[in-house]
Structures are given as structure tokens and as C-alpha cells.
Design a protein around this ligand. Sequence first.
Ligand code: CP
Length: 335
Amino acid sequence: MKAFNDLADFSNEEIRSLVELASRLDSNPEPEALKGKVLSLLFLSPSLRTLASFQAAMVRLGGGSFVISPDMSIHGLETRPGIVMDGVAAEHIREAVPVIASYGDAIGIRAFAERKDIASDMREKEFSSLIDLIDTPYINMESAMNHPCQNLADWKTMDDLGVPANGGKFVLSWAYHPRALPLAVPASTLHMAAKRGMDVTVLRPEGFELPEAIMQKAATAAETAGGSVTQTDQRSEAMEDAHIIYAKSWSSTRHYGDKINDQKLREQHLDWCVDEPWFANAKNDCRFMHCLPVRRGVVVADDILDGPRSVVIPEARNRMLAQMAVLHQMLGGQT
Ligand code: CP
């Protein structure tokens, strides 16, 4: 495997094989599988889970890793192309990325969307410009529109729970958040659930519709896998017989890059905080998923997060296992 960038690059059989490998590495550890291998980790955006789980994954497989982020760079990192570097930053990303990559056998890169221009973010302009600087195998640790490690972990989490693929109902719901967040998780989660063959409903207020190209990509995946994709702003209709509600906030697509109008629109939806009444007509054992971090009392009520519906902790642990599977395949471990 040369790149782990988007679940769309893999067949369902290949994904199921990665999920099986993740489970196997959990029950039958291979502490020498990646002995002597090094993973470079470049975080241009913040993280807790991705940072910690990649480091833990490498240690568990017998390899090592190192982390670079602008916060720790003693030189200051410039990312703008074509800039005259007469300010604070003394190192440009164009040198930094290939140097960091040259120290490892693979590199993981996180670079969130700029969230100024949706067309540019949809093209993955920033992430692509970084990948163009290297020729080592790479892992997308979250870019403008993709978060494949989260998607693989979420697929595994639903398998672990016995949530049906075909016939399983998955609700991806917008939730209130005081800030305009990226589209990477909702876009890639929608695609993951559709690719798994589920009946997926995107529940969101008007003005927060996911881009047409994202909806179309998911619809195509669903068609191939025997699932479906719909969207609505009607909560009760969306939640009927749901197996999973996956909550996430995202930017208004009507006001993308326009902080003031995004803020005005999202503040009309303070009641989009998942609590028990949301589950009134869902399956009795409908579970709550979230990629974390999550704002308590804003995105979801404490009762849900602390109660039996929530699977956010095993979901987060699956990040480590899913990434172990990806690293095992990418860096030469036997499958
Ligand atoms: N879910 C996720 O990617 O978490 P972090 O942002 O903490 O890495």
C-alpha cells in the first residue's frame, strides 16, 4: 500500500480485510512486525487521538515514530507559496516536508481545510500540494475532505457492534457547535456508511446541506453496495428505525468562509444537541457515535455520552487498531 488517503481508493473486500487485520492484531499482537520502521508524523492542525493513536500503533508493532508540528518548531513554519520570507518564519514547508519524510519509511500528514473557498477545499488543494513534495508512502491523517483513519475505525466499530451493513440505518446528523468546523468528517463518514451498504440519512438544517459532489460520491458508493443516501431536516423522519446516529457539526455550506453569516445561521439551531428524545422512534439499541473531541451539553447531552447508547470510547480505541492494520500493510508486515 503506497497511500491511505480515501476509503474510495479501496474495494469493500480490501476494507474488510483491513478491519479483520485490525481485530487480529488486537487479539494476537505482533510486537516485532514493524521492527526498525519509522513513521514520520506531521501535524499542521491540532489533534489528541490521531497523534496518540499513531504513536501507540507504531510502538505496539515494534517500530517508532516522531512528531513535528508548527507549535514545536523552533524555526517557525511558513506554508504560503511564493512568499518572501522576511518575517518570523525561517523554514518553509517546501523544504520541511521532504526532509521530515526522508527520516521515515512512511509519513502521516494532517492539514485541515482552509475554509475560505469551498471549491479549493473540495479539490484538496493544500493536502495535494504537500503530497506532491514527497515520494514516500503516506497516510492522510485528516485533510479538507478526508479522514480515512476515522472512517476505517468507524466501519470496524459498527462491525464490532453487529450493526448490519445492508439493511442498517445510519443517520449522520449535524449538531450545534459555536464554531464553523471542517467538512472532512461528515463528508468522509457519509461515504464510509454508504460504501458499507447502509441506508444513510443526512439530517441537517437548511443552509448546512453537504456539497452536491459529496452527496453524489456517497450515492454512487451506496448504489454499488446495495444501500441508499437521502437528506432531510426532519428529525423524527430521519431517526425512524435508526441503528446509529453519528453526530457532527460542520460549516454552513450556504455561507462557507463567511464567519459572520455562518454564525448567524448556526445560532438559530442551538437546539440541535442530541438528547434522549431524539431516539424516540429509533431502534431500541440505537447507538451514538462521534469522532471526538465533542462538546458536552452543546453537541450531545451528558446522559447520552455517559449512557449505554454511547460507543465513543471503543470507537476512539479502534483508531489505534485500524491504523495498526494500515501500517502493517503499508510498511511490509505480513497479512
Ligand atoms: N477524531 C480525531 O481525529 O481526533 P483528533 O482530532 O483528536 O485527532
